[in-house]
Design a protein around this ligand. Structure first.
Ligand SMILES: C[S@@+](CC[C@H](N)C(=O)[O-])C[C@H]1O[C@@H](n2cnc3c(N)ncnc32)[C@H](O)[C@@H]1O
Length: 249
């Protein structure tokens, strides 16, 4: 298994918008450290925590998109449980935002959570929250998913990451240029990746990912969670002794 990806960003993709209006804003006001420790301890020990309580570990501008763009806490907890089925399982959050899914996953399972995110300011917040709350097994990479080394992951989490590129969807902010062309490219990229993925890989989608799951995958679990479908996908092994041509014929 390849070593953990480095914590630093890689490949400042050409698709990044140059304007980041929130750049230079302080990530935290002073009280944040104590608050996040309390919330994280409650989660770790299985106490009920509301989304509103959890989101207060983020600075106000980073919690604003939460109701629409970050996974609800209970959904994140369940998705992590479905993915991190064994100790040390390495889970990638494709488009990790401010890190909510990874933070919840690392606090409630024994998995190792890696998030890749194109918005630098979100990656900085995620790293700062994890550091201040001493959340273990949580790593955040800055960059475009097209440039990622995808080897070595046991599970992928996809919360409809590309939807904001579509004209009828709410953008998270104005720091990334939106385009339907980019949307199609990302969706096709994921479809190809899933087609070629090893049989052991687990995938959980929340509200889908915008594309079709390749025929080699089927639903292993389906439940309604938060505001939409949460689905665990597994690769269906080809029947023994039958070639591709026979299956197609
Ligand atoms: C719907 S949000 C989900 C955030 C997080 N996974 C969660 O559940 O809380 C999708 C995120 O994917 C990121 N994203 C979209 N396209 C990306 C790409 N090509 N590379 C990296 N991140 C991307 C967006 O910037 C956004 O933060």
């Amino acid at each position: 298994m390849p070593p953990l990806p480095p914590g630093e960003g890689w490949g400042e993709g050409a698709e990044f918008a140059t304007v980041a209006p929130r750049q230079g804003m302080p990530i935290f006001a002073g009280r944040m450290g104590t608050l996040s420790s309390q919330v994280f301890e409650a989660l770790r020990t299985g106490k009920p925590v509301s989304d509103e309580e959890f989101d207060r570990v983020f600075p106000p501008w980073a919690r604003k998109p939460s109701s629409l763009h970050w996974t609800p806490l209970e959904t994140a907890r369940r998705a992590a449980e479905l993915l991190a089925w064994r100790e040390g399982a390495r889970i990638l959050d494709v488009g990790s935002g401010v890190g909510k899914f990874c933070l919840v996953g690392a606090l409630t399972t024994d998995g190792v959570f890696v998030g890749v995110e194109q918005r630098k300011q979100f990656v900085e917040v995620a790293r700062a929250v994890a550091r201040r709350g001493q959340v273990p097994r949580c790593h955040f990479l800055h960059g475009n998913l097209l440039e990622l080394d995808w080897r070595g992951f046991d599970g992928l989490y996809l919360y409809n990451p590309f939807a904001e590129n579509l004209p009828d969807h709410e953008p998270i902010d104005e720091t990334v240029k939106r385009s339907v062309r980019k949307y199609r490219r990302y969706v096709r990229f994921i479809e190809k990746l899933l087609t070629e993925a090893p049989a052991e890989l687990r995938v959980v989608t929340y509200h889908g990912f915008g594309g079709e799951m390749p025929v080699s995958w089927s639903e292993a679990a389906y439940e309604w969670s938060g505001s939409g479908p949460l689905v665990l996908w597994r690769k269906t092994p080809a029947p023994r002794g039958r070639g591709v041509e026979e299956l197609q014929g």
